[in-house]
Design a protein. Structure first.
Length: 129
């Protein structure tokens, strides 16, 4: 088995994919004409956004992500060689700063923001292994 998708339920799929395009330079892979489902170009594992309305249609009970709530117990992590610049762009495009870029004890530079839905997003440099 392998991880194929990370799927996040959001109130507005179109606004979310547009935000990710601007804030993180992630390209749109697919957007259903209903605007209830969208996928981003993120490599082998697809990052998808699904409307909360679709969750209800599928009889799924979820706790919605909201920008003013404490983030859920997960995060999306994007890897870049310029964490400072990526953090600045994300904030400029509407992300909420959580933690400015800082060098961690293991040597990696890491920053945190929340997206327009309140989802926690890590921006980090590659790990030297």
């Amino acid at each position: 088995m392998k991880l194929g998708y990370t799927i996040i339920y959001v109130s507005d799929v179109l606004a979310t994919v547009e935000f990710y395009q601007r804030a993180f330079s992630i390209k749109l892979k697919f957007l259903h004409e209903s605007n209830l489902y969208g996928e981003m170009e993120t490599g082998e594992t697809t990052l998808a956004f699904v409307s909360e309305a679709l969750a209800q249609m599928n009889d799924l009970q979820i706790r919605p992500n909201r920008v003013h709530d404490v983030p859920s117990g997960f995060e999306i992590a994007f890897v870049t060689n310029d964490v400072d610049r990526a953090f600045e762009i994300a904030i400029k495009e509407g992300a909420k700063p959580i933690s400015s870029p800082a060098k961690k004890p293991w040597g990696q530079i890491v920053a945190y923001v929340s997206d327009v839905n309140g989802v926690l997003v890590e921006i980090c440099e590659p790990m030297n292994t």
